[in-house]
Write a protein that binds this ligand. Structure first.
Ligand code: SF4
Ligand code: SF3
Length: 539
């Protein structure tokens, strides 16, 4: 096993026996095999796509398979092995179809095309087989970027939105990582193209979400509990939440959001459900304590799942790309998921233990912020808002992330935080106050709603007369953990946003030479101390 795809990788270098996330070596190896299978499918499907004979089910499969390998997603050997088996079958079907249509030149097939179910076990699929550390770095950066793309495209697909161009790029990227003739320059341009596609896919998902559930509105979300039993839903998939709310209506069971599901409370469609009580707990890494005290069933719709305690594994359900041995996995039939087992179990459970009380604010996506743009622009012109700090991204379990709480607290009163993703839990309960009625923490939503932050930044800055966004009073202090955040970062770079501060650690998969390129081109800076970063970011 060798995995260095997330921020919490062992010693900031790579996990080699078992993952710090709890991923066993065996699963990591299987995930490498799966990615290899996807590369082979991509090789053939590119040709099928060119010939107009590629099929939607291949695209769906690719999205789910890539998504399943994101940090804290599918921990099951069976889950990954099943995707490998289905992938190999798909690859051979596509190859057969190409042969039947005389579209395959059997001579000079690259190595990746020679994969068969029989020879997979003899192929070393480990990341480290790419010996040149810079090429490896760029290949993996690209792979992690497309994992992020796949996750967001998967959510959009669940809501009926599907864009072939996104899969076309995924194939291009996968094949590029097998091509030894590609220079680092070419790979860098593909990495930036990945950022461009990141913007497109987040826009696509935003359209899917807002067309289905309406535009998020500023909303005070209850963080207390009721005296009825409840179901807790975590992860990012809003379509699953919709199905759960429909099925629990009138059953006497309450529903609570957790982690990245918090922003769902701000969508008009979800506000219609009186039994959506509010949000329980904080971000993903606190789930062992919070799932235990919740008392009722928990439905995980995507990452991040933490290896569960025995005390609640019988109340833990997974669905979609996420899975864990011992938790019940719910699959869709004809596009519908049957949550009746969860609901029946909830009826036998005690109500949640209340952890806190009060409310937190969310729902500041671009529509609500820009429709109030005048208020914000006036506050800037009056000198009441001097700086916007984008603090989007992920949260994580390491103590050093206290930095983000301290940073938010230390910001001057005339600074406004723009946030999205689970990073917000480091400061969204701090009560940082308001400026002329504008909250000092504007939460746009989930990590994919970083799209919204980009639209907000561009909208506000153009109203303020800035043509170059790098000249505007906006700074970036981004926290990353997993591969969706890698995609968001690539998107910001593609938009030529410079001077991003990144932490709490730089990615282990960025080699010193590639880091040098990123620093020269974009002036990416690792975070350091609150004081030093504050000085630089407030300049
Ligand atoms: Fe290690 Fe992160 Fe990979 Fe898990 S996802 S094995 S913690 S690098
Ligand atoms: Fe969080 Fe896992 Fe990245 Fe969607 S839930 S942001 S870490």
């Amino acid at each position: 096993m060798f995995c260095y795809q997330c921020e919490e990788t062992m010693n900031g270098e790579g996990c080699t026996k078992n993952g710090m996330c709890g991923k066993k070596g065996e699963i990591a190896d299987l995930q490498d095999d799966l990615i290899y299978v996807l590369k082979s499918i991509a090789f053939y499907n590119q040709k099928a796509r060119e010939a107009g004979i590629s099929e939607k089910n291949t695209d769906e499969f690719m999205l789910d398979a890539l998504f399943s390998t994101i940090t804290n997603t599918d921990f099951r050997t069976s889950g990954i092995q099943d995707r490998i088996d289905r992938g190999l079958k798909l690859q051979s079907e596509i190859r057969q179809k190409l042969q039947d249509n005389n579209l395959l030149n059997e001579k000079d097939l690259p190595e990746i095309a020679t994969l068969t179910p029989e020879n997979l076990k003899d192929i070393n699929t480990c990341i480290l087989t790419t010996e040149d550390e810079d090429i490896r770095s760029l290949r993996e950066l690209l792979i992690y970027g497309i994992k992020g793309i796949a996750a967001y495209a998967h959510h959009a697909m669940m809501l009926g939105r599907y864009n072939k161009k996104i899969n076309k790029f995924i194939e291009e990227a996968l094949v590029a990582t097998t091509d030894d003739s590609l220079t680092d320059k070419k790979l860098i341009s593909l990495v930036l193209k990945c950022g461009e596609k990141g913007f497109d896919v987040m826009a696509e998902l935003d359209m899917a979400n807002t067309a289905t559930f309406g535009n998020p509105e500023p909303t005070l979300v209850n963080i207390g509990t009721s005296d009825k039993p409840g179901i807790l839903i975590s992860g990012h998939d809003l379509h699953d939440l919709k199905q759960l709310l429909d099925q629990t209506e009138g059953t006497g069971i309450d529903v609570y959001t957790h982690g990245e599901m918090l922003p769902a409370n701000s969508y008009p469609e979800f506000k219609k459900y009186g039994h959506l009580i509010g949000n329980y707990g904080g971000s993903w890494w606190r789930q062992q304590q919070e799932f235990e005290s919740f008392n009722g069933p928990i439905l995980l719709t995507t990452n991040c799942i933490v290896p569960p305690r025995n005390s609640y594994i019988d109340r833990l359900y997974t669905t979609g790309p996420v899975g864990y041995d011992g938790a019940t996995h719910i699959v869709a039939e004809d596009g519908k998921k049957d949550f009746s087992t969860i609901i029946e179990q909830a009826k036998t459970c005690e109500p949640p233990v209340q952890l806190e009380e009060g409310t937190i604010m969310t729902g500041f996506a671009y529509n609500s912020v820009l429709s109030n743009a005048d208020k914000i622009v006036n506050a800037v012109k009056a000198g009441k808002i001097k700086k916007f700090i984008v603090m989007a991204g992920c949260d994580g379990r390491h103590k050093e992330r206290q930095y983000y709480t301290d940073f938010a607290e230390a910001l001057p009163q005339d600074a406004v935080i723009l946030t999205a993703g689970c990073a917000k839990y480091r400061y969204n309960k701090l009560n940082l106050g308001e400026i002329d009625g504008i909250p000092r923490v504007l939460d746009a939503g989930q990590c994919n709603d970083s799209f919204s932050l980009i639209v907000i930044a561009q909208g506000l800055m153009s109203r303020l007369g800035f043509i170059d966004v790098n000249e505007a009073p906006i700074s970036y202090n981004i926290a990353w953990y997993e591969q969706k955040a890698v995609l968001v970062l690539l998107t910001l770079l593609r938009l030529e946003i410079r001077n991003i501060t990144l932490g709490p650690k730089l990615p282990a998969f960025i080699s010193p030479n590639i880091l040098k390129v990123l620093v020269e081109k974009f002036n990416i800076t690792p975070n350091s101390t609150v004081e030093a970063d504050m000085e630089r970011l407030l300049k």
